[in-house]
Ligand binder design. Structure first.
Ligand SMILES: C[S@@+](CC[C@H](N)C(=O)[O-])C[C@H]1O[C@@H](n2cnc3c(N)ncnc32)[C@H](O)[C@@H]1O
Length: 219
């Protein structure tokens, strides 16, 4: 029995990949195209195991209405959309026409385009323009890290009871525990993590997958 998480060596990471669901051609091509077109931004995309976990969480939770903040070239939205049932909806929010054009093509190819609505513009404004009542079963937060707390405060009232928030990069590549790092991005993540722990509307856990994925369930 152990109470700590293993350190993930490259060898262990390979083993994890080899023993998780392999990605299909659409996701593999999307990852390859993103790396080719936008090599300096490839690190923004979630990894394959996280994608599979998000599909499973969406499916297990029975979510029908989902929202994503930070779409980029569409890998995470494709994983979320695949977990939705027939008639399910995903609202995808981003500011980049160029990056989300790649997303649209791959949503089409995967046969999920009809369940995704893309809204371009600052996500905080898009959220505030929505009715303030509960309407989502699941939210994925993966845009500007300085904005996480603001997104949280707009999302929680719009989540149905039992709804989930998944928030990416909550370890900030380990920088959350580097006292010398006071960059706005890292401060944004620390503030977000501290806010959740103090928020009695939710139960949350910070999972050490990828760069940290926080899972919070509204009571
Ligand atoms: C880390 S990437 C998202 C990666 C994506 N979830 C994936 O797995 O492929 C962050 C995205 O947030 C978007 N973004 C940054 N600031 C934003 C804002 N204020 N409103 C909406 N989107 C924003 C960027 O355009 C970028 O596509």
């Amino acid at each position: 029995m152990t109470r700590t998480t293993e350190s993930i060596t490259p060898q262990l990471q390979s083993y994890i990949s080899d023993h998780s669901e392999p990605v299909d051609d659409v996701l593999a091509d999307l990852a390859e195209e993103t790396a080719r077109l936008f090599p300096e931004y490839t690190g923004m995309q979630i990894g394959p195991e996280q994608g599979t976990l998000m599909t499973l969480l969406t499916r297990i939770s029975g979510a029908r209405d989902a929202v994503e903040i930070g779409t980029f070239t569409g890998y995470s939205s494709l994983c979320l959309a695949r977990g939705l049932p027939e008639g399910g909806r995903l609202l995808a929010l981003d500011i980049s026409e160029e990056w989300t054009a790649v997303a649209r093509r791959h949503w089409e190819r995967a046969g999920v385009a009809d369940r995704i609505t893309l809204r371009l513009g600052p996500a905080l404004e898009s959220l505030r323009a929505l009715a303030p009542e509960p309407q989502f079963d699941l939210a994925f937060v993966d845009a500007d890290k300085e904005g996480y707390v603001g997104y949280w405060e707009e999302l929680v009232p719009r989540l149905r009871p039992g709804g989930l928030v998944l928030a990416d990069n909550t370890l900030s590549h380990g920088r959350v525990v580097d006292a010398d790092n006071a960059s706005p991005r890292v401060r944004g993540i620390r503030e977000f993590n501290d806010r959740l722990v103090a928020d009695d509307r939710v139960t949350q856990v910070l999972l050490p997958i990828g760069d940290g994925l926080t899972l919070a369930r509204k009571h």
